[in-house]
Design a protein around this ligand. Structure first.
Ligand code: F6P
Length: 523
């Protein structure tokens, strides 16, 4: 990938367009030309500044960048994670065709693990430990952080219809939640899942030790061990921790944490969604894989979404992006996407090891609508920075309140419209008071799901994964490592002793003496 990205932008003469969003929206066939559909998903990117010419140029640039070749390399299991010399094959967790390409031994291991995970999930759903109908499970404590918790939590909120078993998540090392949770649970009716690919993550291991101490004190070591389930790629560490092999589910090293929702990390979610629901989630994601691999670039949702983002980030130079799901069940989607997008593409060195001089991942944040309208949206309408929005809507709700649902979707469409056209869109009623004016020109995309089914959610999450991949290819960065999170962990280890005792030492070098003294003075 020798051609510099900035050179490509110049070569294809990709520049901001003069027409306003309101003018674009009046173009005949704007929606037809700037929307695409596959399966249960629609992408509407008509409220962006791109015109036909720009879109054509962006597509040509992607082609020139070698996107198709890169996509083939991804699916062929080549080492696209080039800094860690390994493939990124999370698609193999959901698509048997992709899995078969990995060879019989790996394919068998992965499908056996999936089978065992679904059996465990079914036992939990039936209210007992796997293979032990007499041992009740009414609660599951899922311990994990980052990719080892965000996906499972999203799935349960979005698709967990029943509340049995009840799943409790422990992630941040803050002990407040854990202490109150343990005080409310009966160890004899609780199973513990420790999900950590590396089995070295400090927060997860500290919670796991404390929770297992609590369980062992009540039930004894042997019984407590039977209630402990590990999901990890580090068998040695799992053994050292004391989880039983028959209770351990394997996580291959070619599945990154933020891409692990398709794996046994989602054991607790599968228990609540049901094995069929989880299989449908995988089927939806596999369907998006097929679409990404086969649809022409001009009709390819992940490609179109990525090019829209590239347009906003590198041509319009917008520093942030916001995602607003208009469905309460998707309230954790922004948190999930924050990790997927920012941990994957928050990079500044290219594949040749050069520091790059263009922008990569925007800041991504969000919260559900309509709540967000009453907190964040003032800035989106009148702030000095333009923040492109992604609205996520669901056409058919799973409740019968038609009026409420119409109000919800009307609010979403109203925001997209008002942001695009501003007060000028009101025509005669437009105000002359400058404080009350909104200039519009604030772009957004809308993603619509027919209904919030496991299949549609699988498609949606795989759409975002592939969008992130396309952006990584265009920016020529590695979307699959995350060295940036390591430094903070090392520094925290050096500081912790100074907080646990009066000891000084390494922390002194960090310019923390003042604040450490202040904290200690409050002990
Ligand atoms: O610190 C970042 C990170 O490595 C994420 O990439 C990952 O999702 C999270 O920590 C948890 O990692 P693990 O599953 O190994 O505990």
């Amino acid at each position: 990938m020798s051609q510099d990205f900035l050179e490509l932008l110049r070569k294809y003469n990709i520049k901001p367009v003069k027409n306003s969003l309101a003018e674009h929206l009046r173009e005949p066939d704007r929606f037809e030309s700037f929307s695409a559909k596959t399966g249960d998903l629609l992408l509407d990117f008509s409220r962006t500044g791109m015109d036909q010419q720009v879109l054509k140029q962006l597509l040509a640039m992607a082609e020139d960048r070698g996107l198709k070749h890169a996509r083939n390399r991804l699916f062929a299991g080549e080492n696209v994670n080039f800094t860690e010399n390994r493939p990124a094959m999370h698609m193999a967790m959901r698509s048997d065709d992709v899995l078969a390409g990995l060879g019989t031994k790996t394919a068998t291991l992965v499908s056996d693990t999936r089978q065992r995970m679904l059996e465990f999930a079914s036992a939990f759903a039936a209210g007992h430990l796997p293979g032990q109908p007499g041992q009740a499970v009414r609660h599951i404590i899922h311990i994990g952080i980052g990719g080892s918790v965000l996906g499972p939590r999203l799935l349960i909120e979005a698709l967990g219809e029943g509340d049995s078993p009840q799943v409790h998540f422990l992630s941040s090392v803050d002990a407040h939640l854990r202490t109150s949770l343990l005080a409310s649970l009966d160890p004899a009716g609780t199973a513990v899942i420790v999900a950590t690919k590396s089995f070295t993550t400090g927060e997860t291991l500290l919670h796991a030790r404390r929770v297992m101490d609590w369980m062992e004190q009540a039930l004894g070591r042997e019984v407590a061990q039977q209630r402990l389930f590990a999901v990890s790629g580090n068998q040695e560490a799992v053994d050292a921790f004391g989880a039983l092999r028959e209770n351990t589910l394997y996580l291959p090293d070619w599945v990154g944490g933020r891409y692990s929702i398709w794996s046994a990390v989602s054991l607790a979610s599968a228990a609540v969604m049901g094995a069929d629901g989880f299989s449908e989630l995988l089927r939806g994601a596999a369907e998006m894989d097929r679409h990404f691999q086969t649809a022409p670039l001009a009709e390819n949702l992940p490609v179109l979404m990525a090019l829209t983002d590239i347009w906003h980030r590198n041509v319009c130079k917008y520093p942030a992006q916001v995602v607003i799901p208009y469905d309460y069940r998707l309230r954790s989607l922004p948190a999930y996407l924050q990790q997927l997008v920012m941990e994957s593409n928050g990079k500044s060195v290219d594949s040749q090891g050069r520091r790059i001089e263009y922008s990569t991942s925007p800041v991504l944040f969000g919260e559900p609508g309509t709540d967000a309208q009453h907190s964040l949206f003032q800035m989106f309408h009148q702030g000095t920075d333009i923040v492109p929005l992604s609205f996520i809507g669901v056409i058919r709700p799973d409740h019968g309140d038609k009026e409420a649902h119409a109000a919800l979707l009307a609010n979403m469409l109203a925001q997209a419209t008002a942001l695009a056209t501003g007060t000028a869109g009101l025509g005669d009623q437009e105000t002359t008071d400058v404080h009350r004016q909104m200039q519009g020109q604030r772009p957004s995309v809308i993603v619509l799901l027919d209904s919030l089914t496991p299949f549609a959610l699988g498609q949606l999450l795989a759409l975002y994964e592939h969008k992130v991949f396309v952006e990584g290819v265009i920016w020529d960065i590695n979307s699959y490592d995350q060295f940036g999170v390591e430094l903070g962990k090392v520094v925290a280890k050096a500081i912790q002793p100074a907080l646990e005792s009066d000891s000084t030492g390494v922390a002194e070098n960090f310019g923390l003496d003042g604040i450490l003294d202040y904290i200690r003075s409050k002990d």
